[in-house]
Design a protein around this ligand. Structure first.
Ligand SMILES: Nc1ncnc2c1ncn2[C@@H]1O[C@H](COP(=O)(O)OP(=O)(O)OP(=O)(O)O)[C@@H](O)[C@H]1O
Ligand SMILES: [Mg+2]
Length: 293
């Protein structure tokens, strides 16, 4: 059983859409936790099309006197209301960034509670939003069995992820880090993204705006959606992520210290004109011919 966290470094590469799509394609019971501190629950307004009111979620977990693990199952709702078995369940995040400020003390106990779901045979997918956002759920990222940066395969995405990837590697922020590339080959393929960022590309998903709209905003599925490359990509990605967890089990991060401080320090350095200084430079694609070949 696994806790898998997804996050982004730059832009909106499709973390929420991918998390919803993966949860619905997951081969085992799974809990999708919306831990994006920017708020405005993208799943309730998107996948659920605003038809499901917020009833309970992370806010209730943050302010309960009960142990988080006890209340957690009661704030989860079926992700697919048409699935009688409710194999995928969903915990709603904060509805605004203001609410999210109240969650900072929740992340560590929640990380423990999610890890404890192991015993129940339930996997967990965490939508952790964007790295470095105020109130970011760093303990969930650090405590997950697998933490994947989601990014596009273009230059701004790869360049934007580079400093974070360096930090993740240098400080071993995450137990088992990797990358999930949405729309690979535009122009960077998985090998090149992996080489530049120094992290393994665990999975890729095709660029499929019509398919993604199903999970992003509850759009009607396009024709042959179930057998589309996008759907098959999600199923394959679920298997690959689970296999990566199995391989990485037992490798705890060596540093679980002041993650936020380190991230902010690094971000401030970069804003001040600092630049990543090792590995290939994604802003110089001509230097990367070999990997593209
Ligand atoms: N595989 C894909 N192919 C094409 N478009 C996609 C794909 N995945 C997501 N998208 C689209 O990307 C846009 C952003 O998606 P989403 O909101 O999931 O991103 P995010 O990373 O969660 O953003 P944010 O940081 O704002 O939370 C949406 O229009 C969505 O439909
Ligand atoms: Mg999102």
């Amino acid at each position: 059983m696994a806790v898998i966290a997804l996050c982004s470094a730059q832009g909106s590469p499709g973390v929420t859409t991918t998390a919803v799509g993966l949860a619905l394609a997951w081969p085992r019971p799974v809990l999708l936790v919306e831990a994006d501190p920017t708020g405005a629950s993208g799943v309730l307004t998107g996948w659920f099309k605003g038809a499901r009111d917020y009833e309970a979620g992370l806010i209730e977990l943050a302010f309960t006197a009960e142990p988080v693990a006890d209340l957690l199952p009661r704030v989860a709702v079926p992700l697919d209301e048409a699935d009688p078995e409710a194999r995928a369940r969903f915990v709603a995040g904060p509805r605004s960034h203001v609410q999210a400020r109240g969650l900072s003390d929740l992340w560590s106990p929640l990380a423990g509670a999610l890890a404890g779901l192991d015993e129940t045979g339930q996997d967990v997918l965490v939508d952790a939003g964007r790295l470095g956002a105020p109130g970011a759920p760093d303990p969930l990222l650090a405590g997950a069995d697998l933490t994947s940066l989601v990014l596009r395969g273009h230059l701004p995405a790869v360049a934007g992820a580079r400093a974070w990837a360096e930090l993740v590697r240098r400080d071993r922020l995450w137990a088992n880090p990797g990358l999930l590339v949405v729309g690979p080959g535009d122009p960077y393929g998985p090998r090149e993204v992996s080489r530049v960022l120094g992290l393994p590309v665990l999975a890729t998903l095709p660029d499929d705006p019509g398919g993604a709209a199903v999970y992003h905003r509850g759009a009607a599925p396009p024709r042959r959606f179930e057998t589309s490359g996008y759907r098959r990509g999600l199923t394959a990605a679920a298997d690959v992520l689970l296999a990566a967890v199995a391989r990485g089990r037992g490798q705890a991060p060596s540093v679980k210290g002041p993650v936020v401080a380190a991230l902010l320090e690094r971000a401030a350095l970069l804003r001040g004109g600092g630049r990543a200084d090792d590995g290939a430079d994604p802003s110089r694609p001509d230097e990367n011919e070999e990997a593209r070949a």
